[in-house]
Design a protein around this ligand. Sequence first.
Ligand SMILES: *Cc1c(COP(=O)(O)O)cnc(C)c1O
Length: 453
Amino acid sequence: MGKAMSWHYLQTTTSKISLFNLNTSSMNFDSKEWNPNLWPPFTQIASSSPPQSVWAGKGALLLRQSAPPLIDAISSWWVTLHGHSHPYIATAIAEQAQELEQVIFADFTHPQAEKLAKRLSQFTGLQRLFFSDNGSTAVEVALKIAYQWWQNKCEPRHQLIAFEGAYHGDTFGAMSLGERNLFNAPFEKMLFPVCRIPWPATWREDQKVEQKEEFVLNQLEQKLETATAAVILEPLVQGAGGMSMVRPKFLQKVADRVKQAGALLIADEVLTGFGRCGTLFAFKQADIQPDLLALSKGLTGGFLPMGVTMASEEIFSAFIGDDPQLTLWHGHSFTGNPLGCAAANASLDLLQQNPQQYQQFEARHLLHLKTLEKHPKVKQTRVTGTIAAFNLEVDGPQGYLNLAGKTLKAYAMESGVFLRPLGNVVYLLPPLCINDSQLEQCYSTIKKGLEVL
Ligand SMILES: *Cc1c(COP(=O)(O)O)cnc(C)c1O
């Protein structure tokens, strides 16, 4: 099962320092090459190349100062939905900026927020929209709502269930829900306990999928014997956990059991939402209805940081009453930012105008994957909508610290394709606008790159 970086691995490694210095060839960090004022995200400077300057993004391309254009094959960390600098969204933001750029959302509302809330309510079947700023906060809010809901109903429940390999963000609640690994190890003592069950990751021609799912469903049933506040999952695809995919059927069975146990189901569609999985929302493919839904990344088409948490009316209603303790005392300075809302509405327009673009993406991947999967170094090929992935069959530690991904990334960069493998998991997650020849270039680059590993 595609675990990104197992806790076990971390514990069996003799020294934590060694984890950061695996790439000994470039471990001497040259301070001249790095900006003296910036602290980059998710980056160990001692073993990374300095970032390159990008002066423009157009469609699927990133334009650099002194190098050829790069195909952004991972949508700039999974956010760029339609393409870089899409003129329709750019114009919507510019026009909104001249009308109303921001207003405190506790005492006021505005047309863009209302329009967005109405549309997302209709699309998700969840009537209430709560704004925040990113995926992590959208998850935090879902978690706080779920937890407080039980208290508001005077039947407090404390158990939370999440999946192995899960990633829900980098704030404390979101870290607690996510898999314990290298990234959150320093904070282990500060993370609250979460009950965890395996994720029955599957791939093309997987013979054991039924068995794996049965095993997990049994575990879930056992855990649900304890009163459970909520179960959280990434529908269809665990992203940071290694683009690990499950079948819609499995989700359906999970949702059934969660419902039977009276627990809340939280769908974290921060990555999978807005067509990424071939349907507007991944949960739609399993024909399930979550109680809470976290969205971000593609929400604004990838233009502006914004998160939303959708909640059912039943949940919302438990927060209304004379007792101040019933209130959801949570909010962010930029709640409901009008520019973000304008971008989100424009992005939804584009999705509605051309649903075939995301609906037919999987077939485009398959065309290439069917050849690629014959390569001896390619294992567990999988695809869901716009997301295609496989595992590299290589030596060394499996998971995030495997160096083959880094080698492939460097090779692809030279060939005009930006990849960012998760250790030995290689994936393509391109913007919807990528054309056939660009997609072909991504696959042919990977194929040639396999030969240098
Ligand atoms: C990226 C991601 C998050 C966190 O979102 P940020 O905007 O980076 O805080 C949460 N959940 C999932 C599934 C994600 O892929």
